[in-house]
Design a protein around this ligand. Structure first.
Ligand SMILES: C[S@@+](CC[C@H](N)C(=O)[O-])C[C@H]1O[C@@H](n2cnc3c(N)ncnc32)[C@H](O)[C@@H]1O
Length: 236
């Protein structure tokens, strides 16, 4: 009887708790304490700074959702790609790039936050980047194992494993890359050579989890807002 009483009083785990339990074998107890929401700049400020430096800027956004960023980008020449909502083109990024013949001055990659997908988005973005153009990536700096976990555990705060592409970009000849320590980590790169070869770390990184990122974070080119803006103003 006492056991039945206890059972009745114990609340059932929420779907979020169930997912955390399901992936407990990936749990890692150390975290990063960046308080993104208290910081003064975000991805929109950064994208608009880049757009302002390109008169007549042609802007492409991959993954638009509610158009929070897309509607705030200050140029009339905008293409937004999302299979579900927002933007101007109802396709996946792979479908869009397969048919695309335009080039763009600023490309923001914020679609499906899976390493292999982001890798493809980066390669496709480089192929249609105008000379002197910029590529921006969102969600490069997860703070906890739950934030970076693939499959997604908590959709209210999910970076996925976009960070893996950061380790490739920093090792890619011809790519000048930084990660701004703002707004969940905003990666920015430009090309510093006529041809680039994206480093391929898939065999090493494919099954890595948060602990690998945490222990190797010092290898990523993190910058403050001020350091990043100074870098952007220098010639590539
Ligand atoms: C994090 S939200 C984008 C947020 C938006 N860029 C912003 O700054 O507010 C991710 C979006 O990517 C879209 N998405 C998912 N898979 C995609 C794919 N394969 N190609 C393009 N977009 C994708 C989702 O539908 C979702 O709207």
């Amino acid at each position: 009887m006492a056991f039945l009483d206890w059972l009745r009083r114990t609340p059932a785990p929420t779907p979020l708790e169930q997912r955390r339990q399901q992936y407990q074998h990936h749990a890692f107890d150390q975290t990063l304490d960046w308080d993104w929401w208290s910081m003064p700049f975000n991805r929109i400020a950064l994208i608009n700074l880049l757009v302002a430096g390109k008169p007549g800027c042609r802007y492409l956004e991959i993954g638009c959702d509610s158009n929070f960023t897309f509607h705030s980008v200050a140029t009339p020449h905008k293409v937004g790609v999302d299979p579900a909502r927002g933007g101007t083109v109802r396709k996946t990024s792979d479908e869009f790039f397969a048919d695309n013949h335009e080039s763009f001055d600023v490309i923001f990659i914020d679609g499906l936050h899976h390493y292999q997908q982001v890798r493809r988005d980066v390669a496709n973005a480089v192929a249609c980047l105008a000379p002197g153009g910029w590529v921006v990536l969102h969600d490069m700096l997860p703070r906890t194992w739950v934030e970076q976990h693939v499959p997604c555990i908590d959709p209210s705060m999910w970076t996925g494993d976009v960070w893996k592409v950061g380790f490739e970009l920093v090792q890619s000849p011809g790519v000048d890359f930084r990660i701004f320590r703002i707004d969940c980590g905003v990666g920015v790169f430009r090309l510093s050579a006529p041809t680039v070869a994206l480093a391929d770390l898939r065999p090493e990184l494919a099954d890595k989890e948060f602990d690998h990122y945490f222990h190797n974070l010092h290898r990523l080119p993190l910058v403050s807002w001020e350091q990043g803006v100074t870098w952007m103003q220098q010639d590539g």
